[in-house]
Design a protein around this ligand. Structure first.
Ligand SMILES: [Zn+2]
Ligand SMILES: [Zn+2]
Length: 95
């Protein structure tokens, strides 16, 4: 096992947006339960033609070697409460 990463952010829910205007599929990692009300890419706010969903969870971590990164768990059944506290850097080899 390698040393866990340091300075994790709070676990954050993932907000998914399939924008009906610009056509991108976006995943937003944000520590809020407020609903998404516009596309961060194009500013489109007519979400009737877009698909918005909150599912999954993620955390920003920092590795001494590999720097800052975000780990996102996309599975439907992950709750932010389920998240373990110390994630391992996926790019560090076991010693
Ligand atoms: Zn858009
Ligand atoms: Zn690393």
């Amino acid at each position: 096992m390698t040393t866990p990463t340091s300075n994790p952010s709070p676990v954050q829910p993932l907000h998914h947006l399939e924008c009906g205007e610009c056509g991108w599929t976006l995943t937003i990692l944000a520590n809020t339960t407020d609903p998404v009300c516009q596309c961060p890419w194009c500013g489109w706010d007519d979400l009737d033609i877009s698909r918005v969903e909150t599912k999954g969870a993620g955390q920003q971590i920092r590795c001494k070697t590999h720097g800052a990164m975000a780990v996102l768990i996309l599975s439907d059944n992950i709750e932010t409460d389920d998240f373990i506290n110390e994630l391992y850097c996926p790019f560090c080899k076991r010693s």
